[in-house]
Structure formats: C-alpha cells, structure tokens
Design a protein around this ligand. Structure first.
Ligand code: S3P
Length: 434
C-alpha cells in the first residue's frame, strides 16, 4: 500500500481519542493471564502487536476473547501455563517476546518463543543473561529468537536478582520483575535511565509488592516475591500517547493548527514527545488530569508555533524512545539543526531506526546524517518524494506526515505495516484536515 497525504491547505483542527495504549495492553493481557480469576479490560486496542500477545497467550493455553474493545481473560495463576511445550509466536512484537520470557521464567513453563524474521534479529541476550543468573533455563539461537524455555520444578524458586541492566529498557526491566515475583527473596533491578513504569504500577494494583527504590539507585525497582495470587484486572486502558504522537507531530508542522487528544496516557516515562515539541516551539498544555488504573491520564492540546531545532539527549531519550521518527519529521520543518545524542538503543528497534530515519529523510530530499548514537537533521531542507516504510510501522506513519507540509508530494511505499500499531491512522489524520 502507498500512503500519501495532500499538502494541507489550511490548519489541522479538531480532536482525537486514541485507542488504548499498546504498552498497557500487552501488560494487561499477560498479567490478567497470571491472575487468579477473570479479568475485563476495556479500551483494548486491536492491532497487529496486541494480537500477537493474545495469540501467544492462546498458544500457551490461556483463554481470552476480544469483543468491541473489551478483552476478557481467564487467568490461570502463577502455576505453569496450561499447554506445556507450546510454540508461542510473537509476530513482530518485542514487548510480547520479552515480557512472555519473564512469565515463562516466573511460572517455570516449558515453551518456545518465536517471531517474525524482524523479531528474530532483535537482541534477546539482554533478557536471557539475567534470567540465567536467576536460574531460568533457556536456550536461543546465539542470543536471538527462537527462545526455548525448559520447565522448572515448582519446588525450586528462582534466585533473586540484585544488579544493573546495561540499557534503560522497560521490556528488560518488566521481564525481570516478572521473574523476580517467583524468586526466593527480594530483588533490586537498577537501570541507567527512567524507562516507563507501567509494569510496576499495574502489578502493584494487582496486589504485588513492586516499588521504585530510590535508595538503591536513581532508577531502581524493588520486587518482593508474590505472597498471594495476583488479583484480576477490571480497568479501562489510557489512550496511547505513541499513536497520539503522530497527530501531535502533524499539527506541529502545519501552521495555525490546534488539536486536542482526549483521555491520553501521560505517564512521565512516555511524555518526552510533549517536552520536545514544546521546546521546539509548539504550545502544549494538559487539562483534565485524572488517574485511571494507576496511570495518569489527561487531555493534551497542541497549538502549532514556529518550530526551531533542538538538542536531545540524556533522560529525554528514553522518555521519547518510540517517538523519534515523528519527531524527526517535525525537526525537518524546524528552523536550524536538531541533534539527537545518546540514543544508540534506536538501532535495536523494529529496524535500525537511526539508519532508517536518516535514509527516509534523505529520500525526501532533507539533509540528515547519522552519528553512532543518534542523528542530525537540518531543518527546512525537506522537499518531497518517495520513501519506503522498510518494515517499520512508525516510520511509515511519520514519513507520510511530511507530505502535509512539503513543497512536493510525499509517498510512502509498503505502508500497510502501520496496522501493526495504528490501524485508523490515515482516517485520523484526514479527519483533522477537513
Ligand atoms: C516498550 C518499551 C520500549 C518501547 C516499546 C514498548 C514496552 O522498548 O520501545 O515500543 O511496552 O515496555 P524498550 O524497553 O526495549 O526500550
């Protein structure tokens, strides 16, 4: 599928209510499977990656149904998954594979985790090594999927984890938190930066003892072994700020725009995009703040303003980690240079996103260059042309937005991959342009 938007002849205006957040959805489905009893989760997003989690849980013998945005899951508790020795396909979803790995270690279940060719290229030693230290037995294809977990005797708890993980990654942290719930004592997991804390919030709401441990390190979490079963979930998921990011970036690049995102998750580990767009010159405000299932939620309004380039580094990187493709397009229409540093982790996403962002922007005539741990973009140079999604949903959507402002038309080839995360993307953008 080719994706193109007409150049906007007037400002983008209106409201957008994003579907439930995918990071929350992955956790809600998996943790509900580990609870005792039936969970009901509304505003559950139906996309390629969330289907991957439900399919993988189904392969492990967990029953669930998704109907009209309501997910019902029959929890099987923290004993072994009902189907032993299953092959759970995780599709393109790194979150599914890494969180499920933690759940297999926790429950002592034997299963194989596998996925698409793209997922098979993503590094898994970052979870396998600490899990092995804890006593979980898994083999892999040299640190890559497929991952084969061996059954563990229920009478043998895992060893507690007390150490640091080398990258700030919520997927790695969440995997270890799950395993730590089945350890023989308290675990402390230290991270180099503030990754999203959805796992900590949701598991605490389900009765687990998982909490930030600032006494151990600036970004650390302390996990006590489960002393009672996880309680089932009855909640509505906050709207997905990573989907909203595309709408916000679209409004930021079209002069005079004003959009409001309703009921959006504003977990501080996810709001880097708001801080960046605001620092670049957009007027961003949040109203109607509330808390839903332990997660902060609010309405985000963005009014466009003259954009200028900025430097992005430090903790802002992990808080913006999925939003760099959208941000790069905003930077391409800003005045001056935008430089991203300390973002080497982008090389291990669905694609090598540093290379993919630079290649796509150049295909559209912009001046952009890679650095080992980031990229530089010269604003005001993007002309238009044809880019390829390259198997990356976020790249497909982001590059298509450039057409709203570029002098020449922008076409993104192979854009059907966007259904992995945001199936209604095209109509959402078009509805703001009328
Ligand atoms: C996610 C964490 C991030 C993010 C991914 C979703 C999560 O990955 O890029 O899209 O739900 O935990 P890392 O934790 O590997 O940085």
């Amino acid at each position: 599928m080719d994706l193109s938007f007409d150049r906007a002849s007037k400002p983008l205006c209106g409201e957008f209510s994003p579907a439930g957040d995918k990071s929350l959805a992955h956790r809600a489905a998996l943790f509900a499977a580990l609870a005792e009893g039936e969970s009901e989760i509304s505003s559950f997003p139906d996309s390629g990656v969330t289907r991957a989690m439900l399919g993988a849980l189904g392969a492990l013998g967990v029953e669930s149904s998704l109907d009209g945005g309501v997910l019902r899951v029959k929890g099987t508790g923290t004993r072994r998954f009902p189907r032993e020795g299953a092959v759970a396909q995780c599709g393109n979803s790194g979150t599914t594979m890494r969180l499920l790995a933690g759940a297999l270690a926790m429950t002592g279940s034997a299963a194989r985790l596998d996925g698409s060719a793209g997922l098979r290229r993503r590094p898994m030693s970052r979870i396998l090594e600490p899990l092995a230290q804890m006593g979980a037995e898994a083999s892999s294809a040299g640190g890559f999927a497929p991952l084969d977990f061996k059954a563990r005797d229920a009478s043998k708890p895992l060893a507690p984890f007390d150490g640091s993980i080398p990258v700030a990654s919520a997927q790695v942290k969440s995997c270890l938190i799950l395993a730590a719930l089945a350890a023989s004592g308290e675990s402390v997991i230290r991270e180099p930066g503030p990754s999203r804390d959805h796992t900590e919030r949701m598991l605490s709401a389900m009765g687990a003892d998982v909490a930030a441990a600032p006494d151990a390190a600036p970004c650390a979490v302390r996990v006590k072994p489960l002393s009672r079963p996880l309680e089932p979930l009855h909640c509505r998921l906050a709207g997905d700020i990573s989907s909203a990011a595309f709408i916000l970036a679209a409004a930021a690049i079209v002069p005079g725009s004003r959009v409001t995102i309703r009921n959006c998750g504003i977990n501080p580990g996810r709001t880097g995009i708001l801080d960046c767009l605001s620092a670049m010159g957009a007027d961003v405000s949040i109203s109607g703040r509330t808390v839903s299932a332990g997660e902060p939620v609010g309405d985000i309004t963005l009014r466009s303003g003259a954009l200028k380039g900025m430097e992005i580094g430090g903790d802002l990187v992990v808080r913006t980690i999925d939003e760099f493709p959208a941000l790069a397009v905003a930077a391409a229409f800003a005045e001056g240079e935008t430089a991203v540093r300390g973002a080497e982790e982008l090389r291990y996403k669905e694609t090598d996103r540093i290379a993919a962002i630079v290649r796509s922007l150049r295909a559209l005539g912009a001046e952009a260059e890679e650095t080992p741990d980031g990229f530089r973009i010269s604003g005001g140079t993007l002309k238009g042309g044809t880019a390829d999604a390259g198997g990356d949903h976020r790249l497909a959507m982001s590059m298509s937005l450039a057409g709203l402002r570029s002098p020449e038309r922008v076409t993104v080839r192979n854009a059907e991959i966007l259904s992995e995360s945001f199936p209604g993307f095209e109509s959402a953008v078009k509805s703001l342009a009328v």
